[in-house]
Design a protein around this ligand. Structure first.
Ligand SMILES: [Mg+2]
Length: 198
């Protein structure tokens, strides 16, 4: 379990009590801190407002407000990773979900063995994205995209050439940038150019 997972705070919104309980148990035993749970979409928005979690897991169909609209409300106001729970038959909603700021899907019924790595992965990737975007906050949209691409390229090099796991590859870029007081983009460029190795 990574430290990031142990520190992650979660709000769960699922109107089927058994699934909600199951999810809560799986997450809690994996080290997540479930700070709020509800069976209503509108309540989910309120709980996120109140607790400012790292992660919100929303069922797509709930009373009060559907998961997509709740996701839209949440992501427009807060930096929260939103996962949407759905069934196979609802897969046509993928496009709309992406539009609503949903980071990933969980297909029900889920298996703990698949669920936990999927959540950890999405959480890590979102955090990386935010770190990159925070650094590039004063840049234009094109620069941001260029930075993301460059960091991705550098990460791939570190993973392939130095056999680092993805999270460590990103940490290397981030830590080096902090220690040498340059931007991650510059560090990534050095890695791509071959002038910097771990
Ligand atoms: Mg439901």
């Amino acid at each position: 379990m990574s430290a990031g997972v142990a520190l992650a705070r979660v709000v769960i919104a699922e109107d089927e009590a058994i699934i909600r309980l199951d999810l809560k148990e799986i997450l809690t035993s994996a080290g997540y801190d479930v700070v709020g749970e509800t069976g209503r979409g509108d309540e989910a928005v309120r709980l996120v407002e109140e607790h400012r979690p790292d992660l919100a897991i929303l069922d797509i169909k709930m009373p009060g407000m559907d998961g997509l609209r709740a996701a839209r409300e949440i992501t427009s106001r807060h930096q929260v990773v939103v996962l949407l729970m759905t069934a196979f038959s609802q897969r046509d909603l993928i496009e709309e979900a992406r539009d609503a700021g949903v980071a990933a899907y969980l297909i029900k019924p889920f298996q703990p063995r698949e669920l936990l790595p999927a959540i950890a992965d999405v959480l890590a990737k979102s955090r990386q994205q935010w770190a990159i975007d925070a650094e590039a906050s004063t840049d234009g949209a094109e620069d941001k995209i260029a930075t993301r691409r460059l960091v991705d390229e550098a990460k791939t090099i570190l993973m392939d050439r130095n056999e680092l796991p993805e999270s460590e590859a990103f940490s290397f870029i981030q830590q080096t940038a902090m220690q040498t007081r340059v931007r991650m983009r510059a560090v990534a460029q050095q890695i791509v150019d071959g002038t910097l190795t771990p």
